[in-house]
Design a protein around this ligand. Structure first.
Ligand SMILES: [Zn+2]
Length: 723
């Protein structure tokens, strides 16, 4: 059952930030009736060894993967049916808690599945994944459509007993109820059928939308000859030549219609006409009036979403989406965005003026257009913010950064990290290292931290955090098995691995997710879940300790001389972080505002192009910048529902991050203030989802987060009247 709740929460986590966090669940006892098949499949066997048992990562056998998942899901459905068919009246104990106890076998199998899909993928596994995807979707919809089970959950949530429950139990009952109700379980008869029909049609439309964007990304290529390469670096040229070769245009250079190709081309190419061509092609994806045009799909998606939430009694789609987020209402999310917007577009005017001055001085005789923005911004960056990234790297040694993270965890969380004795904990690859986490004062065992730092074939890109086992106490204490994963390149033997500033921040970010898991004190497994606009906040916040004096002086030391990073260099890094913030904030906010407007307006007869143009005009959108994701290519909100009416979430958690960081900066002990650190652990980390995030934040800070710290971080003036 825990998979069901985490699925709902998990949908949104996938691309909210540079990383994603997955939260496989804790184990618990399953009824004897479903234990039998486990004995024949190693992936379903009980975890053994020290530290309350750990996954047998050294014995993974891919031929068992499919069976393990199928047996796990089948067993989980049997368990839930037993609860649904209980002849006794529904109680918190025999329904909600009983559901928390289900899924033992699936919880054993899932960490292996996760390793194969993220850390050790192969063509063989991808085939199994593809085969299993519809079966897993079917598993979740079977749970959602279990009317008898929902009737019992509803009876508990609406019954007299509810009022007598502890607050975390009430929250668990509500989350369980909401997991069904928000997906249409309260509907009957015709409305129920219509709800299901809409969902089915939406699934088709979402897929078609992303396929159309993909078709336009693959269908347009700008080919260059050797007279059109001015400004491009050797490495860019090499990538473009390979892309042309691949498309059977040998001897030419290809700029493909993707962000990773468009962005550097617009930044560096001296060919203004070509920049315009590439820009227009990219920002026209899904809007070319052909068979891949997304406008009609968008109109239908908006109409169906509105109709579907209407069946549940909501005024608009955004209201439905935000009810269980920290923001709670579309109005509050809009207020935040509209408060930041004027400063963002004012900064754009300054940035354009800086760029125009450079163009004029060069005698370019142009007015800055959207296809000039990245190109001239790069010239401004060189003149005003230049940073020698090779020099910065010399102070960022991978091992020292890990020691820095352990130091911060010790100071804030009172955690101690000790390598486990060699061979005591199975790992899935020789690169993986494991530490035991204990309480620095009492020596109590808290959990294990697995680190898989290096890139390899079959490992997904980027960095992420996951847990193989989460904290719970309601059915016997379970300790945490947490992991961080990244893709650093191994150094030469005996040489320190040096990484970039961005990578160092990401390293801290993912460790923030790990600390969030390790510090959990919740009683019930489902309360370890995330809230969409809140779950990146804790990890973003941890990044701030990278630039504290104690970390710089002890750990950001030159790999040859041992000298700490000079203060001027730290200042330069901080200043460079505000470069082009007008552009970045405006392109992001334009998309986030559009998302919310699309999902709060009456969509009857909507023309997406007209709506986009009118909305941008009303916002006084600077003509030099397009939305980061124009409507017909806005996959976050139209390829599925994970981010629809949720794109604001990035900024929401950044506001919290900046405000919470300021709480430390203002404290007598700064970022290592014991009192603020205690509140951080007690209210923002250890409670996970057992407390409403808005209430938790109030307990930490004494008031709601202000946007002022975010404005200062971005180098924007703080609006009048904002403290
Ligand atoms: Zn993250």
């Amino acid at each position: 059952m825990r998979k069901f709740l985490s699925l709902i929460a998990g949908l949104a986590l996938a691309s909210l930030a540079a990383c994603s966090q997955t939260t496989p669940e804790a184990t618990s006892q399953a009824p004897a009736t479903v234990q039998a098949p486990a004995s024949t499949n190693l992936l379903l066997a009980e975890w053994t060894g020290p530290y309350s048992g750990t996954p047998a990562f050294d014995k993974m056998d891919i031929s068992l993967a499919k069976d393990a998942m199928e047996i796990g899901m089948a067993a989980n459905l049997v368990e839930l049916d037993e609860i649904a068919n209980n002849p006794e009246p529904a109680t918190f104990e025999n329904t909600i808690l009983a559901m928390e106890k289900t899924g033992e076998l699936l919880n054993r199998a899932y960490p292996y599945w996760g390793i194969w899909s993220s850390n050790l993928s192969t063509p063989e596994f991808r085939a199994i994944q593809q085969e299993m995807a519809p079966k897993m979707a079917d598993f979740y919809s079977k749970i959602r459509q279990n009317d008898k089970l929902f009737a019992r959950v509803k009876a508990v949530y609406e019954g007299e007993e509810f009022k007598t429950l502890a607050s975390d139990q009430q929250r668990l009952a509500w989350l369980t109820y909401d997991g069904f109700a928000s997906q249409g379980a309260t509907l009957q008869g015709e409305a129920k059928d219509r709800y299901a029909a809409i969902n089915q049609r939406l699934a088709e439309l979402h897929t078609q939308f992303s396929n159309n964007v993909l078709a336009d990304e693959e269908g347009y290529v700008t080919y260059l000859d050797d007279t059109q390469l001015g400004g491009l670096s050797d490495s860019l040229k090499a990538v473009a030549a390979a892309a042309a070769e691949e498309r059977e245009h040998p001897g030419e250079w290809a700029i493909t219609n993707t962000r990773s190709s468009m962005d550097p081309f617009l930044t560096y190419s001296d060919e203004r006409d070509l920049r315009e061509t590439v820009w227009r092609t990219y920002y026209s994806r899904g809007n070319n009036g052909d068979q891949y045009d997304n406008n009609a799909l968008i109109a239908e998606i908006l109409k169906l979403r509105d109709e579907r939430v209407g069946l549940l009694g909501y005024d608009n789609y955004a209201q439905w989406q935000l009810q269980n987020r920290m923001a709670k209402t579309p109005e509050r999310a809009m207020d935040l965005m509209e408060a930041v917007w004027p400063a963002a577009i004012a900064r754009v005017a300054e940035e354009v003026a800086d760029m125009q001055a450079i163009a004029d001085a060069e005698g370019a005789d142009i007015t800055i257009e959207p296809w000039d923005y990245r190109y001239y911004a790069e010239k401004v960056r060189k003149a005003k913010y230049d940073l020698d990234s090779d020099l910065v790297k010399q102070y960022l040694q991978l091992d020292k950064l890990r020691d820095a993270m352990f130091f911060v965890a010790g100071e804030l969380f009172n955690f101690k990290f000790t390598p486990v004795p060699e061979g005591s904990v199975p790992v899935f690859h020789p690169d993986v290292m494991v530490w035991e986490v204990t309480d620095r004062t009492t020596g109590d065992h808290i959990g294990l931290w697995y680190l898989d730092p290096f890139a390899r074939t079959g490992k997904r890109s980027g960095a992420w955090a996951t847990s193989y086992r989460s904290h719970e106490t309601f059915n016997g204490k379970k300790t945490v098995l947490s992991s961080n994963n990244s893709n650093f390149s191994k150094g030469a033997p005996g040489e320190p691995v040096l990484i970039s500033w961005d990578d160092a921040e990401t390293y801290f970010h993912e460790f923030g997710h790990a600390l969030h898991s390790l510090s959990s004190k919740v009683a019930y497994p489902s309360l370890n879940g995330g809230v969409r606009d809140y779950t990146e906040f804790q990890s973003q916040l941890l990044e701030r300790w990278l630039t504290t004096d104690k970390v710089i002086d002890q750990f950001l030391v030159h790999y040859q001389t041992g000298e700490p990073m000079p203060a001027e260099l730290v200042q330069k890094i901080k200043k460079a972080a505000t470069f082009n913030e007008g552009f970045k904030t405006t392109e992001y906010l334009a998309s986030a505002l559009m998302d919310m407007k699309f999902h709060t307006v009456d969509p009857t007869g909507i023309d997406p192009q007209k709506f986009e143009a009118e909305t941008l005009a009303a916002l006084h959108m600077p003509k030099e910048i397009p939305m980061r994701h124009r409507t017909t290519q806005f996959g976050h909100i139209f390829s599925g529902e994970g981010y629809s009416a949720g794109y604001y979430g990035y900024m929401w958690s950044e506001v919290l991050t900046a405000d919470a960081a300021e709480a430390f900066a203002e404290a007598p002990g700064g970022f290592y203030d014991k009192d603020v650190a205690r509140k951080l652990v007690d209210y923002l980390f250890s409670v996970r989802n057992a407390v409403d995030p808005a209430d938790a934040y109030l307990l930490f800070r004494g008031n709601e987060a202000s946007i002022a710290p975010l404005m200062r971080d971005r180098g924007f003036p703080v609006p009048e009247g904002v403290k």
